[in-house]
Design a binder for this molecule. Structure first.
Ligand SMILES: [Zn+2]
Length: 78
């Protein structure tokens, strides 16, 4: 059974305009910037709240230096 995160209402402002987007996410951790290309997440246009589902979190963890527990080959993102 696959569980899909369904978000209809923004948990921060309560509006119903929150929607799924797919964007490159740029992040920074301790001076190191990283990017997660074409990440799918929910974003609220009203308050800017971003909600990351399980898959999105996994991808962020893969790319973010904050979560780099295991060394892996880093593909260069120019
Ligand atoms: Zn909101």
């Amino acid at each position: 059974m696959e569980r899909t995160l369904v978000i209809k209402v923004c948990s921060t402002c309560g509006c119903e305009k929150i929607k799924k987007v797919r964007r490159n996410r740029l992040g920074k951790f301790q001076g190191q910037s990283y990017s997660v290309p074409s990440l799918e997440y929910h974003e609220c246009p009203e308050c800017g709240e971003k909600v990351y589902g399980r898959e999105a979190m996994r991808r962020i963890e893969e790319e973010s230096p904050a979560f780099s527990r295991s060394r892996k080959q880093k593909h260069a993102v120019a």
